[in-house]
Design a protein around this ligand. Structure first.
Ligand code: SF4
Length: 285
């Protein structure tokens, strides 16, 4: 006999408030001014970017392409040079930087004012990390425990983290630095929507046969949520849409847990959940 798969969805799966607010600002500005420019994609999700393009939210690669409409600076922060360039060009800037990213900028500047050697736990080359690094004259990015082990002994250091880091990775790196730095100050700047998402996955993963994480393969945040899920449940899969779901994953399954990266829109998550609800599995004897 067949019965429906039991589907549990993480309560706060999907857009964090920082991304939601940035998208709302982009839409609102485009409505008011006929269009708005954005330096790079607003979120790492192709579907969202394509939808916004239809609403005249235009992606550009440099400020020289901005003409006759405001430019929106994205949620994960913008380097001071671009702010300066925009001011010199007299551009109308809509600041969609997430307040929690602003907080990281403030914290790293305070640590610098303290005269500490600075570290950022984060992904090399990620825009948010580049934005944090650009707030101070010098800060070293550490992304792995191997990199933390290579840091020499120091008298004083200050550490912040990228907002979307995996909590366990941050803890491991901090415990290594604590052995090397005499006076270590760590400000935990993993943002609360990230902590909440990771926490909800940790609750769902042990009680679900399969875990599905919805998000774009280009989203570092989604990949990290998959890592969290995989650390608890080996049957964890990342999908960009319902089309990526392979029904054979559910041959032995009775239940599935669903979460999504901070850049995954609600309609995409709903589509995946609907698809899963329509999958039927063998009833338990
Ligand atoms: S992930 Fe956190 S810091 Fe980044 S935009 Fe979302 S709420 Fe803000």
């Amino acid at each position: 006999m067949l019965e429906p798969l039991k589907v549990r969805v993480a309560k706060d799966a999907g857009f964090c408030f920082g991304v939601r607010d940035a998208i709302d600002k982009a839409r609102e500005t485009a409505r008011q001014h006929g269009k708005v420019y954005m330096l790079g994609d607003i979120v790492h999700n192709e579907r969202v970017v394509a939808q916004l393009q239809q609403e005249n939210v235009m992606v550009v690669n440099s400020l020289s392409e901005v003409k006759d409409a405001p430019v929106l600076f994205r949620a994960h922060g913008t380097v001071p040079e671009l702010w300066k360039e925009a001011a010199q060009k007299g551009l109308d800037v809509v600041d969609a930087t997430c307040p929690l990213v602003h907080e990281i900028h403030t914290e790293i500047k305070k640590l610098q004012a303290d005269g500490r050697k600075l570290f950022i736990i984060g992904d090399h080359g990620h825009d948010e990390v580049i934005g944090i690094q650009s707030q101070v004259p010098e800060a070293t990015v550490i992304s792995t425990i191997e990199e933390a082990r290579a840091i020499p002994r120091l008298k004083q250091a200050g550490v912040v983290s990228q907002s979307t880091q995996m909590i366990e990775n941050v803890e491991k790196i901090i415990s290594i630095l604590a052995m090397k730095v005499f006076d270590l100050r760590f400000v935990n700047t993993v943002c609360y929507p990230t902590r909440r998402n990771q926490g909800q996955i940790k609750e769902l993963a042990p009680i679900s046969d399969i875990m599905i994480i919805v998000g774009s393969f280009t989203s570092a945040n989604t990949k990290r949520l998959l890592e969290v899920s995989l650390s608890i449940n080996a049957n964890s899969f990342m999908v960009e849409s319902a089309e990526d779901i392979d029904s054979s994953w559910f041959d032995e399954a009775k239940s599935v847990g669903v979460s999504a990266g901070a850049s995954s829109p609600d309609d995409l998550i709903e589509e995946v959940v609907e698809h899963l609800k329509n999958l039927h599995v063998q009833a338990r004897a």
